[in-house]
Design a protein around this ligand. Sequence first.
Ligand code: HEM
Length: 412
Amino acid sequence: MANPSLGIRSEECLEIIATENCKGEKVNKLNRFESRARPNARLISAFGINNSFTTTDQSRASSFRGQIAGIVTIPFQTTEKGEKLVLGWIDLVEKARGVIQRELNGAKQSHSLVDVLQMTTMKMSLQVLFGIDAEDLDRDRDIRALASWVNEQWIRSKYFEDGSIEDPWHFSNQHDIHDLLRHISPVLLSDLGDNPDNPLNRILPGYETLWRIVLRCLVEVASNRHSIEDRRLWQTILQRFAENPSIVPLDKKDQGISAGIIASEALRLYPPYRHIYRTYEVGTQQFERIAGVEECHRSDPRWGPDPTKFLPSRWASLPDLTETQAMNDYFLAFGAAPFQCPAATRIPNTDKSSLDKTYLPFSISMIALLVGLFTKEMSNKWKLTGSAELESASEPLTASRRDYKDLIFEKI
Ligand code: HEM
């Protein structure tokens, strides 16, 4: 395969993500599902998954997308749907608060930030995706181990050549992980092969992105990288949203900044998908093109001055978050058409009897409320200490999945 090419302007990124055109000409012989699935083949070997990211089958891709879109459309209050209880945002916040309090309480004087965040986001992912009660403590050891394994296996998979993987690391041979998934809940007692029922199909896209962005957003708003005044303002706004997790508080501005803006600024500076890969086949040549989302977010002049700094106030001079133009044209953290992330959108509620006029955008809301809850729990009790990088806000935080293992919550 020829050397990959990296696109860093938003127009190039949009072209690459859409898969059809190369430099404006419709030349790719692969259809868009093949073009997306090929660079993700390593995820099949590593996790046995069969989902939108890995399938070349259009109907599988759209049914999976539809399933996820349904799950992340969460009402404000818990409701009954037939026999099933659908947990609303109010109860989800209470579950998350309970998880965070248990993680931080106890006799220990310090806790690893990475461990706590991985555990919290894995528990919330299992709650939302499978209804596994985040407050049930019986499976904590297994859930912690799963959360850490997903990250380590992801890092290993980066080194697999052409999607293949050495035998011991192949998902089919990861028997301990299969047992672990089965121990966590009978809900996960499905066939674990390259299979539509493999629970990792759902777990991976959400958990893998959320824990890393919550970490970076929390470090920006809670460590000493920014002035005490800025931190106080950001934390108050996020905590207010966590107290009332609905659309008006998500957008409510204080000094030009809202909870949604703080989460979006974290996603702009630290997009969990730093690069989006596509395979192209043109003539007899196959090559990879890469949409450089992080590079694009950090260089596009439309984001204003100091693009490598975490500055939620920059959004005051941008179009409103509810206007989709900027979000579609140059905010690429959730990808772009035709594959934009289903956990990114605001959906109007057509049920006239509901007070909820719009469903919250899942990921932005989850980031804002987890960071809000963490800062609330930390106040006057815990501080973040660790890497020297936290001293200066002039450099962005680093992006590797192995970074910040030395960061801790330290008792004050
Ligand atoms: C901060 C959190 C998240 C970020 C930054 C993010 C980012 C993305 C991006 C960049 C894509 C496009 C990938 C591509 O074009 O190849 C995508 C697609 C997708 N994401 Fe997310 N995502 C997040 C959370 C989630 C969550 C929580 C779920 C599910 C529970 C999810 C499910 C999906 C699915 C199913 C697709 C494929 C969409 C399709 O095929 O049309 N994501 N996401």
